[in-house]
Design a protein around this ligand. Structure first.
Ligand code: SAM
Ligand code: SF4
Length: 329
């Protein structure tokens, strides 16, 4: 139990931190990373695992109980498994979860289960190889992601599937993905494409349209009533099926009022809102010998400055230019 909690100036408690441990990835998803010409951040600019763990210890002391390890592709950074193990064993850390495209994950699933990984989100944008590859611009096919989903479930890890529905890209695949999830007992989450970086070039599918499709093809959606995860998704079950669906609709259903999170980029920028560039650079403090009190002060200040809400809708002409792989989603 922490003595002091992190609250922003709107009274929201921050108890969840997303950790992007690398900007590198084995995929080049059309809504996230350029196909070529991407300049990766040099290693020396990336926080070491020890530096990240030091910050996480301080976050935990401020009442942060959940950490999401993300990327780029987190498994593309050497030592990710040892890092997750060390993170999970920090005092006060209740839950460590991972988000991944799944392709590098199979050899680590058993060990992740032993460590006590609290949840695994696997991105799966289509079950059709051609479409999957057209979106990820990588060689791997959807079978590898599906294999990892099954392996993880067998190992006892709570798994969810993430899909980013896009008009003209995978809209036609949503029915098949839903059928797969509902009949296999998985939760499929529809993530509304955000106008961040390359996401600006994609057109999302309205969540209401997807809900209508599900009700027409599969049956009545029944609200789960309570949130299943620690995030902004609203969950539904479908009568007659073991699996369920979730919607994360940052634009259609702005959930900023209940936002509980901040993001630490791989270079040590503590980003207080996905959209706005408010936050604080922690790396100079870490590398100039700052003591814990100075770091806590900087963290507290970054959280205090957290904006009330994103302004994607108002920002049509001044859209943010950062790439999602450098923030971690
Ligand atoms: N590589 C991992 C993966 O794809 O799951 C983790 C990193 S990825 C940046 C984290 C999440 O952000 C994924 O679920 C991905 O689909 C999502 N994402 C990336 N760009 C997005 C965008 N423009 N709009 C909505 N979600 C996005
Ligand atoms: Fe890589 Fe994930 Fe971005 Fe796709 S969404 S390019 S898998 S970091």
């Amino acid at each position: 139990m922490s003595d002091s909690y992190l609250f922003d100036s709107f009274g929201r408690r921050i108890d969840y931190v997303r950790l992007s441990i690398t900007d590198r990835c084995n995929f080049r998803c059309i809504y996230c990373m350029p196909e070529s010409g991407e300049k990766f951040i040099p290693h020396k600019e990336i926080l070491s695992y020890d530096e990240i763990l030091r910050l996480c210890r301080l976050f935990a002391g401020l009442g942060v109980v959940t950490f999401k390890v993300t990327g780029g592709e987190p498994l593309s950074r050497k030592g990710a498994l040892d890092f997750i193990r060390a993170l999970k064993s920090l005092p006060g850390v209740e839950q460590v979860t991972l988000t991944s495209n799944g392709v590098l994950l199979a050899p680590y699933v058993e060990e992740l289960a032993r460590i006590g990984l609290g949840g695994l989100n696997i991105s799966l944008n289509s079950l059709r190889s051609g479409n999957y590859r057209a979106i990820s611009r990588a060689q791997a096919g959807p079978d590898e992601a599906v294999r990892v989903l099954n392996l993880a479930r067998q190992a006892g890890i709570r798994v969810k599937i993430n899909v980013v529905p896009m008009r003209g890209r995978n809209e036609e695949d949503l029915e098949e993905l839903t059928r797969f999830a509902l009949t296999s007992g998985y939760i499929l989450r529809f993530i509304e494409v955000m106008p961040v970086g390359l996401g600006q070039a994609q057109q999302g599918v309205a969540p209401e349209k997807t809900k209508r499709m599900i009700e027409e093809r599969f049956g009545r959606l029944v609200s789960e009533g309570e949130r299943l995860g620690k995030g902004p998704a609203e969950y539904w079950r479908v009568e007659g099926y073991g699996g369920g669906v979730g919607f994360i609709s940052a634009l259609s259903d702005k959930f900023c009022a209940r936002c509980n999170r901040v993001r630490l980029t791989s270079t040590g920028f503590l980003k207080s809102c996905l959209h706005h560039n408010t936050g604080v650079e922690l790396k100079p403090l870490l590398r100039q010998g700052a003591d814990d009190a100075a770091l806590v002060k900087a963290i507290t200040e970054a959280v205090r400055q957290k904006p009330a809400a994103h302004s994607f809708a108002q920002d049509e002409r001044r859209k943010p230019s950062f790439l999602m792989n450098s923030i971690g989603g």
